[in-house]
Write a new protein. Sequence first.
Length: 149
Amino acid sequence: MIFDKIENLKNYNLVSEKVLEFLTNLDEKTPLGRVEIEGKTYANIEEYNTKSHENCFFEAHKKYIDIQILLKGRERLDFRNINRLTVKDEYNPEKDIVFYSDKETEGSIFLQNGNFAMLFPQDAHRPQMNASPEVCDFVKKVVVKIAID
């Protein structure tokens, strides 16, 4: 996993010029939905209210690397290596996702406007969590999906 400031995203070789161009044009007014960027690389732009920690589960992907960026709001994202987790819902190849039942985390980061998390297949992550236990935030997020193959 990589957690860094958005202005440093250009330093990571996995991120193409087209992805960088797409991300520089995003703001809170960007429409929701799926956006094709190039080849097998696309982005999902979504809005939601963050949830209490007990209502969130670790997930991982096999075919894509995630770049998660908040355009509005704040959320906590926990992370843990997939080798130390128990499968809750088997891998769904059509949705490229597996869910885990474990709640213990190895660490947490706080996503907000100005930073990003880059998550690889071995990085289970538990997104959409309240940044503080009692406060639910309204979030607008972009998740760029970069194909591994």
